[in-house]
Write a protein that binds this ligand. Structure first.
Ligand code: ATP
Ligand code: MG
Length: 385
C-alpha cells in the first residue's frame, strides 16, 4: 500500500504510483494512516505540503517506522533541497509531473522496504537491555533518574534508547520532557497478543535522535485496561529495536512492575537518605530476594545523597544491607531542568548530578556486556506461572 499525501490528489498523480493508493490531505492524516496499518510502507508527499514539515515527518518516520519510505514530490528540485531531504531520511525527491520518475522511485522504495522487513527478522533477535528503575516509596526520583539515565545511555548517539512510562495512572515522563502524548501505551491494546516490532515502533514518540519514549495513557480509566501481559510483549518487542529500554515505574510492586522486572536485565532500586525511604528500600530488596530475582543484576542508587538529614553513606549501607552503586547529589537544578523540559544530563552534562548518573550508566550498564549471561530471573520458575 502507498499513502499519497496531497490535498485533493489528482488522479493522474496517484495512478502514476503504480500500487494501491490511499490519498490523505495532510501529514497528520498520513501519520494516522500509518498508525492504522502497520504494513503500510510508503508515503509520497505531494508538492503542496510544506517542505520543512515534510522533512520533519520523514525524520520522525525514520526513527519510528524505519521500514517505511518517504518520497518527496517538489515543483523544483535542487542540490540544497536534495541534501536536506536525504539527511532527513527522505528516500527520493522527484520533480512534480515526472510520472515515470515517481513510479520508479516508488518501486525502488517498496523493494527497499521489503528488504528492510526481511532484515527485521534477524534484527528482532537483537536483545537490547531492559533496565527497570523502581522505588517502593513515591517521590524518590524514579522518573528523574529513569529519564536522565536514558539520556546518559543515548549520549553520543551510539546506542538507541527508549524510555517506557509504566506509571500507567500517573505517568509524568511526557510532562517532564514536554512531549505531547498523542500516542501512548493505550494504543497497544488492539495489538495485544500479536505485538511485533513494527507495531511497537508505531507507539513511540521521538524525543531526540536515538532517544524515544513510550508514554503512559492520559485518559482517566485507560491505565486499568492495560493487561500486565501486554507490558511483557511491549518490552520484548522494544528490546528488539533498542539497545536499552529504561522503564519508569509507579511506587508499588504491581503485576505490571513485576512483569517488567521479569524481562529486565537490570533492576535499579532507588532511595533517598531518609528513614521511611530506606525502610521501604529494605522491604523492596527483601521482596526481590523472596521472588528469586538475581542480585547480580541489581543496583542501588541513593538519590539526593548529600541531603543534610543526618544519615551518612555508611548509615545508608548498613540499613539497606546492600552495597550502594550510585550517589546522586541533590540540586535545585534538577527541578529547574524538569520545568524546562530538558533532562539535566542533556542540558548541563558537566553538572554533578549529570556526572553521577553518567558514571553509573557507564559503570553498571555500558561496561557490562552480554546481557543474556545475567538472566534476571527465577521468578516464573518459582511458581508464579
Ligand atoms: N537529585 C535531585 N535533586 C533535587 N531534586 C530532585 C532530585 N531528584 C529528584 N528531585 C525532585 O524530586 C521530585 C520527585 O522526583 P520524581 O518525580 O523523579 O520522583 P518519582 O519517584 O518519579 O515520583 P513518583 O513516585 O511521584 O512517580 C521532583 O520534583 C524532582 O525534581
Ligand atoms: Mg515518577
Amino acid at each position: 500500500m502507498t499513502i499519497f499525501c496531497q490535498p485533493a490528489a489528482p488522479d493522474d498523480l496517484t495512478t502514476g504510483i503504480g500500487a494501491d493508493v490511499r490519498s490523505v490531505d495532510d501529514l497528520d492524516a498520513a501519520l494516522r494512516a500509518l498508525n492504522d496499518d502497520p504494513t503500510e510502507d510508503l508515503v509520497v508527499v505531494g508538492p503542496d505540503a510544506d517542505t520543512g514539515n515534510a522533512l520533519r515527518f520523514a525524520a520522525r518516520l525514520r526513527l519510528e517506522r524505519p521500514t517505511a519510505g518517504v518520497i518527496l514530490v517538489r515543483e523544483q528540485v535542487d542540490v540544497a533541497l536534495l541534501t536536506e531531504a536525504l539527511r532527513a531520511g527522505v528516500r527520493e525527491v522527484v520533480t512534480a509531473g515526472d510520472r515515470a520518475a515517481l513510479r520508479t522511485a516508488c518501486e525502488r522504495s517498496r523493494a527497499l522496504s521489503g528488504h528492510a522487513r526481511t532484515n527485521d527478522e534477524p534484527q528482532s533477535t537483537k536483545r537490547g537491555k531492559v533496565v527497570t528503575v523502581f522505588a517502593a516509596k513515591g517521590g524518590c526520583g524514579k522518573t528523574t533518574i529513569a529519564i536522565n539515565l536514558a539520556a546518559a545511555l543515548a549520549a553520543n548517539q551510539v546506542h538507541r534508547v527508549c524510555v517506557v512510562d509504566l506509571d500507567l495512572s500517573f505517568g509524568d515522563v511526557a510532562i517532564s520532557v514536554q512531549l505531547d502524548p498523542v500516542r501512548t501505551i493505550s494504543d497497544a491494546l488492539p495489538m495485544a497478543g500479536h505485538l511485533d516490532t513494527t507495531g511497537a515502533a508505531s507507539l513511540l514518540t521521538s524525543y531526540r535522535p536515538g532517544l524515544d519514549m513510550l508514554l503512559a495513557p492520559v485518559t482517566p480509566g485507560d491505565a486499568e485496561k492495560v493487561p500486565a501481559a501486554l507490558v511483557g510483549e511491549l518490552l520484548t518487542a522494544l528490546r528488539g529495536i533498542y539497545d536499552f529500554v529504561v522503564v519508569d515505574t509507579p511506587a508499588q510492586f504491581s503485576e505490571h512492575v513485576l512483569t517488567a522486572m521479569d524481562v529486565s536485565d537490570h533492576h535499579v532500586l532507588l532511595t533517598t537518605p531518609d528513614t521511611p525511604a530506606l525502610k521501604n528500600l529494605r522491604i523492596a530488596l527483601d521482596m526481590l530476594d523472596l521472588l528469586s530475582y538475581s542480585r547480580d543484576i541489581r543496583s542501588v542508587i541513593v538519590n539526593r545523597s548529600d541531603s543534610k538529614v543526618g544519615l551518612s553513606a555508611g548509615d545508608v549501607e548498613r540499613v539497606v544491607r546492600s552495597p550502594i552503586n550510585g550517589h546522586v547529589p541533590s540540586s535545585r537544578n534538577v527541578p529547574i531542568s524538569i520545568n524546562k523540559g530538558t533532562p539535566i544530563v542533556i542540558g548541563t552534562p558537566a553538572h554533578p548530578v549529570s556526572q553521577a548518573i553518567t558514571r553509573f550508566a557507564h559503570e553498571r550498564l555500558l561496561s557490562q556486556t552480554a546481557p543474556a549471561r545475567h538472566k534476571a530471573f527465577a521468578r516464573r520458575g518459582a511458581g508464579r506461572r
